[in-house]
Design a protein around this ligand. Structure first.
Ligand code: NI
Length: 167
């Protein structure tokens, strides 16, 4: 397994729209393994392929306390979302140290392929729901700071550029 480099906002590659996976093969398996290792090493709850500069519709996540329940979503599609919305404090491995409120549907039903290429349906609420929606945004080239006001977003951008220069 290889630990991959996570792109950091405002890297323009984070705005790439991912392509659907045509076949869940050994390449995808390797990508998933590498993404899981990268996510666990960074202590994140979710990672989209976009964040490691691979523009395919692949998400890994683990919202369990013990960090032993990996979930892999390939070509995810939201088939139902609740009218009820919830505001959550979100963060992102591509925007380290920044947390802010984002409003999203509280509950979603998502359809995705698993590692065997079979379609699975998941209903998610709480952190899992937030994580699925946040990671699916990445696949569309959207970073959570884009939900914030332009003023806030510009402040974050400036801070991130300063941080990158200091690293
Ligand atoms: Ni993120």
């Amino acid at each position: 397994m290889t630990q991959l480099t996570i792109l950091r906002y405002p890297d323009p590659r984070l705005h790439t729209v991912a392509q659907a996976v045509t076949k869940v093969d050994a390449h995808v398996q390797t990508l998933v393994d590498d993404m899981l290792q990268t996510m666990y090493a960074a202590e994140g709850v979710g990672l989209a392929a976009t964040q490691v500069d691979v523009h395919q519709r692949v998400i890994v996540m683990d919202v369990s306390e013990d960090r032993n329940q990996p979930l892999v979503l390939i070509n995810p599609k939201i088939v139902w979302a609740s009218d009820e919305k919830k505001i959550n404090d979100e963060g992102c491995l591509s925007v380290p140290g920044i947390y802010d409120n984002v409003e999203r549907p509280a509950v979603v039903t998502v359809e995705a392929l698993d590692m065997d290429g079979n379609t699975q349906t998941y209903q998610a609420d709480g952190l899992k729901s937030v994580c699925i929606q946040h990671e699916m945004d990445h696949l569309m080239g959207k970073v959570f700071v884009e939900y914030l006001s332009p003023l806030k977003r510009n402040r974050i951008k400036t801070k991130m550029i300063k941080q990158l220069k200091a690293d």
